[in-house]
Design a protein around this ligand. Structure first.
Ligand code: BES
Ligand code: ZN
Ligand code: ZN
Length: 497
């Protein structure tokens, strides 16, 4: 999709469709809309007064051959109440416009930013919304989607704004939107295509293209490093594990600056292992590498945005399979940190591989850690697919991450990690066990297990099991991978120094 900015006044823009948005109770039809309304001889005002144009969120109104406009059509998308309007809604408005026009085989559009969004943040959100909406999960359909690609999306709304600022915002939006789609494209791949080795190859290709350092640890180096927790999960599969390490080093990092570690769970398929999952819905478990893919997408974006701090992504990748060599409930394993783990449930495998990922990230010098993982079904019980859960050993660091999430328009909700959860993972035979014995709080238990490997390093765990996959398509997004966490992680890295 080609993106550009048109500085002409809206009425002069010749485009198949001029898109803009209307607020609820926006009967005043002000600013950009007033100029359009005037060209239309007051038609918008009459439509608003009669109740036909309500501005209700995501309601659409299409005006054909609008008199006085150079555009072929005018598409008005409801933006809801002005006081509730934010970057999340702006992304959806832009995305819905793209998908609904595309379904009508319209391949070019112009999106008019209104007064409040004629700035870097508004331009960024609009471009992200457009790019995210242009993603589809039908990778392996053999029939071509003729005419169903938005070829050209143009932003407009230059009056009273700094064109330079808007263009900067658009470029950020392009970088972040494309990176989020890179993450989604990895998550969308079936597990027969995307094995740990293939994920490593894709990460390596991305890193080389983006000028990032990359180190792929194979099973031999993983064994030398004594990553026993990762190996215990990998031993059940004929596919060997990998640990993907991608590093961004800024030219001039300040002495004593933080080093951000991004540790992502990449189980390319989670059968549950010997504690096997029920067959219904098991196909979705190809998405169990969404945390790792989010870290790789964030690195791709950071290579272009160039934060002031060093960032290291550590992505342990493996399958979780049953079989003659698979680990069994009750087995005891030694993690890289030296801690012994009683594996009471082989389906709680994400925490095992992340334990070694966290230890390795610390060994590489990370001073701050964020992990992202489709870790528990329990997080969906608590937060549905609305928000991801955030757990921490350092409130200040979590507050920074929550602020990043708000700026990035991703929903994160702080979850508890009381000391009591530590007692619930004490093992009889080993230091810790990988599940508790049935007193609820499953998402916090998973986080408490990870906390055992962070020591005092400031750390936030993001449980994205409920938010990394969209089960039903939305007007602004395809069903399938969402790219959750990429935008927040990028904002965090950009705001550390
Ligand atoms: N990958 C799953 C988490 C998951 C489960 C995501 C269901 C989406 C839907 C994870 O590895 C897992 O299986 N977790 C178990 C933990 C349990 C055994 C303590 C779970 O949540 O059921
Ligand atoms: Zn599992
Ligand atoms: Zn899993």
């Amino acid at each position: 999709m080609h993106l550009s900015f048109d500085t002409r006044p809206a009425v002069q823009i010749d485009t198949p469709v001029l898109v803009t948005y209307v607020f609820e109770k926006d009967n005043r039809i002000e600013g950009a809309l007033a100029a359009i309304d005037q060209a239309l001889g007051g038609r918008l005002k009459r439509m608003a007064d009669s109740g036909e144009l309500t501005g209700k969120v995501l309601e659409t109104t299409l005006v054909h051959d609008p008199p006085g406009l150079a555009a072929g059509r005018l598409l008005l998308v409801g933006a809801g109440k002005p006081e509730k309007f934010d970057g999340i809604i702006l992304r959806r408005v832009a995305g819905l416009a793209l998908r609904s026009l595309r379904s009508k085989s319209i391949t070019r559009m112009t999106f008019l930013l209104r007064e409040g969004e004629r700035n870097a943040a508004g331009a960024e959100a609009a471009v992200e919304g457009l790019l995210l909406a242009s993603f589809d999960s039908d990778f392996y359909k053999t029939e071509k989607k003729n005419g169903k690609v938005m070829e050209r999306a143009v932003l407009a709304g230059a009056e009273g704004a700094s064109v330079e600022e808007i263009e900067e915002g658009m470029e950020r939006g392009r970088i972040i939107g494309e990176s989020q789609n890179f993450t989604r494209s990895l998550v969308n791949e079936p597990s027969n295509v995307l094995t740990p080795r293939v994920l490593a190859e894709r990460a390596e290709a991305m890193a080389r293209e983006c000028g990032l350092d990359v180190d792929i640890l194979d099973e031999k180096r993983i064994a030398e490093l004594k990553m026993g927790a990762l190996l215990s999960v990998a031993q059940g599969s004929i596919e060997p594990p990998r640990v993907i390490v991608v590093t961004y080093s800024p030219a001039q990092a300040k002495a004593g600056a933080p080093v951000l570690g991004l540790v992502g769970k990449a189980v390319t398929f989670d059968t549950g292992g010997i504690s096997i999952k029920p067959s219904e819905g098991m196909d979705k478990m190809k998405y169990d590498m969404a945390g790792g893919a989010a870290m790789l997408g964030a690195m791709k974006a950071l290579s272009a945005l160039k934060p002031a701090v060093k960032v290291i992504a550590v992505v342990p990748a493996t399958e979780n399979m049953p079989g003659g060599k698979a680990q069994k409930p009750g087995d005891v394993q030694f993690a890289m940190s030296g801690k012994s783990i009683e594996v009471l449930n082989t389906d709680a495998e994400g925490r095992l591989i992340l334990a070694d990922g966290i230890t390795y990230a610390k060994k590489l010098g990370c001073t701050h850690l964020v992990d992202a993982a489709t870790l528990t079904g329990a997080i969906t019980v608590a937060l549905s697919n609305v928000s991801a859960g955030a757990f921490t050993n350092n409130q200040e660091f979590e507050d920074r991450l929550l602020a990043s999430a708000r700026r990035a328009g991703e929903k994160l909700w702080p979850m508890p990690l009381d000391d009591e959860f530590r007692d619930m993972i004490k093992s009889t035979i080993a230091d810790i066990q990988n599940i508790s014995s049935g007193r609820g709080g499953g998402a916090s238990i998973g986080a408490a297990f990870l906390r055992e490997f962070t020591d005092d390093t400031p750390w936030v765990h993001l449980d994205i099991a409920g938010t990394a996959w969209l089960d039903d398509q939305k007007p602004w997004a395809a069903k399938g991978p969402t790219g959750m966490a990429v935008r927040t992680l990028v904002d965090l890295a950009m705001s550390l120094e």
